[in-house]
Design a protein around this ligand. Sequence first.
Ligand SMILES: Cc1cc2nc3c(=O)[nH]c(=O)nc-3n(C[C@H](O)[C@H](O)[C@H](O)COP(=O)(O)O)c2cc1C
Length: 401
Amino acid sequence: MEIFEKAYIGSCELKNRTIRSATFEGMCDANGFPGESYYALYDELSKNNIGGIITGFAFISEEGKAIQPGQAGIYSEDFIKPFKKVTAKVHENGSKIFMQLAHTGRQTRSKEINRIVVGASQKKSPYFREKPKQLSKTEIVEIIEKFGNSANFAKQAGFDGVQIHAAHGYLVHQFLLPGINNRKDEFGIDTKRGLGLKFLDLVIDKIREKCGEDFPILIKISGSDDYKRKFSSSQFSNLIMFLDLKKIAAIEISYGTMDHALNIFRGDVPVNLILKYNKVYKVDNKIAKWFLKSLVFPFFKTKLQPFTPMYNLQYAEIAKQLTTIPIISVGGFREKSEIEYAIKEKNVDFVSLSRPFIAEPDFALKLSRNGNYKSKCINCNYCAIMCDSKFSTKCYKGGEL
Ligand SMILES: Cc1cc2nc3c(=O)[nH]c(=O)nc-3n(C[C@H](O)[C@H](O)[C@H](O)COP(=O)(O)O)c2cc1C
């Protein structure tokens, strides 16, 4: 297999095996409608020899909205027309685009969304620190319906498929994990497989019911996490085999949850920036700032996993042994030789990247022209921390604020 050859996700043909992984844009209005910078971003990405694009997470329901300002939404017919403008441009530029659908569940704050926080259970996220209301069965059924409706709006807007966000600790992931999901009803943990699959199962079925069997449904999952009751390799295998049975169009494999967000995107920990912009750690008090800076963060850093090239590839490798569904590996790809290694040596079908495309939207074009090209991304993680600010996502090159 070659990077720059055509490849398929379901019936959808991509011109090569590079994908922009979902990346929060911060370019929409308070209701989730895309603005001019959102259009410009996707125009630029799609013009530059990228195989496919996955949008930043779009909320499917107002109580499932994230704390970051400027998140995209897709929860009513009103979104069809504005997003059509995006997909038309991407298609005109010869690329493909999938919309990532998300519900935050417990990973949000009532103060930010002006609604109560809901979750698979009443268990608090150690990071967001707000006890969610456990969703009732009626509310679960409503959310499943909303996932279906949102997928249908995305389809009508011209997206080539949708990606269910079942990674990074968001609602679908909350249902999957026994450490979070302690429900005793049918949405609880299936003890044989060690996972709470019912919610995801019904979301997939609902999207198919609303969008037809052929509409590509992709999924993003986490290969492992940082909780005490770590997601085991057998749970991971069971999840892949379940997705195989459900005939998902492609599985993207990431890592972790927002409770240890800096293990999702590894690299530097810009403490000063966190204390200034992060919605949870932001402090004005000098003593509190000193305490966090001198004691809390140095300890916290010892718990973090270092950035290493291709840091989630091992999960993609396991998945390749269990299914013929296209596998997308994400995390720490910075140069052509690494992408080539994943595709040629490990038989991964696609490689997706986030930060390299923030640093250089034309990274795929540069790679295709120069085999030795290396990403300009320095993993400073300013882009990730600044998601909480009022500014749109961009590359800060480790210091240009
Ligand atoms: C600024 C920023 C925004 C992100 N937004 C999302 C998102 O909306 N949905 C998602 O699934 N992952 C999101 N991610 C995670 C990336 O998709 C990717 O999994 C992670 O950054 C590792 O890939 P990389 O090393 O190529 O950056 C985001 C990452 C960054 C840096």
